[in-house]
Design a protein around this ligand. Structure first.
Ligand code: UT7
Length: 328
């Protein structure tokens, strides 16, 4: 018999209006729609207009999730925002969201786990609800990666997009909920995916010495290799820990970074194509926003029904990797 502490009672997502297609990118750098589609599966991505911050997208996603959960913002006791592109170094993007939605009774903080930010937040929320101290937690994942993208670097600028997703997490009704979570990190591989500038090691005052350090930098081929093995580990571990196989899954929601990575993990899990959720063609890799946007779209488009078992798996800078198994 499955035991649950918490359940997801509402989801929401938001992306900026402006769309940048592969053909648009081919006018900016030496690339092509054909290369981007066949190597990644991406066709277009959404890019935030100047003046829009990560918390603006987060607040929009939060409002949709709260409306579905039938919960007033004032009833939230905690806001956890997974992001590596907060509005400012400090305060947290979670605090800006708190103010924008009027969640006056909540504590708010950010989680820095790159593309795993949402699943790390979900694990935290699930465990905090299990203590009985928290009842209504808003978990967000959101990014404006376009602001840390080097638009002259074809190896990275074709990959990323902007957006946010949110979930309201509340005590389980006993019939559905979070079955299990799994989170891992390996800091020895930080050099393969990072943004070196802007922190205490290389502060903004030194920006002129190395302007490229303020852009996301990635060893794509190496990251690909680790993404397949670490997400494979996260997926198979959570499934076997809870006594499930691929046959039990109604839907597999992977971090949307590369279609080839997603297919490799689905194959390892023995999950057929029709049970694999894909939306990276529309959004590219939105880091921490990737999983909650996909979860919201899968639910709102009828791909997830009541009682379905859903597996979510992510991988990102750190490295971090994570999975969550949910009875919806
Ligand atoms: O969210 C965190 C996790 N991130 C990921 O999971 C990303 C993981 N990595 C990847 O998805 C893939 O490694 C990439 C999509 C980034 C790259 O695909 P790849 O098949 O590993 O290509 P590659 O880096 O090995 O490059 C192959 C060729 C190179 O040319 P040469 O050296 O073979 O002549 C690149 O210079 O493709 C070239 N290339 C491009 N060509 C056209 C790299 N980027 C582009 C581009 N357009 N945008």
């Amino acid at each position: 018999m499955e035991q649950y502490s918490s359940m997801i009672t509402g989801t929401g997502s938001a992306v900026p209006e402006k769309v940048l297609t592969n053909d648009d990118l081919a006018k900016m750098v030496d690339t092509s729609d054909e290369w981007i589609r066949t190597r990644t599966g991406i066709r277009e991505r959404h890019i935030a207009e100047d003046g829009i911050a990560t918390s603006d997208l987060g607040a929009r996603a939060a409002q949709e999730a709260l409306a579905e959960a039938n919960l007033a913002a004032e009833e939230l006791d905690l806001i956890i925002f997974g992001t590596i592109t907060p509005d400012m170094y400090f305060p947290s993007a979670a605090c800006f969201v708190q103010n924008k939605i009027g969640a006056n009774n909540a504590a708010a903080f950010d989680v820095s786990a790159a593309c795993c930010g949402f699943l790390y937040g979900l694990d935290l929320a699930d465990n905090l609800i299990a203590t009985g101290k928290y009842h209504n937690i808003l978990v967000l994942g959101g990014e404006i990666l376009s602001r840390i993208t080097d638009w002259n670097d074809r190896a990275t600028c074709v990959l990323f997009g902007d957006g946010a997703g949110a979930a309201v997490v509340q005590p389980s009704d006993g019939k559905r909920g979070i079955v299990g979570n799994y989170i891992k990190s390996d800091g020895s591989l930080a050099h393969l995916l990072n943004m070196p500038g802007g922190g205490s090691l290389l502060p903004p005052s030194k920006a002129a010495e190395d302007p490229k350090s303020f852009y996301l930098q990635m060893e794509g081929r190496e990251v690909f290799r680790y993404a397949v093995s670490c997400m494979g580990d996260a997926a198979t571990t959570i499934m076997s820990q809870n006594g499930f196989t691929g046959d039990d899954l109604a839907l597999f929601i992977s971090h949307q970074a590369n279609i080839r990575i997603i297919q490799a993990i689905a194959k390892r899990l023995n999950v057929p194509d029709e049970k694999v959720f894909i939306n990276l063609d529309k959004y590219g890799n939105t880091s921490a926003a990737s999983i909650p946007i996909a979860l919201n779209e899968a639910r709102k488009s009828g791909r997830i029904k009541s009682g379905d078992l859903v597996l979510m798996v992510a991988f990102g800078a750190g490295f971090t990797w994570a999975s969550s198994l949910v009875r919806m």
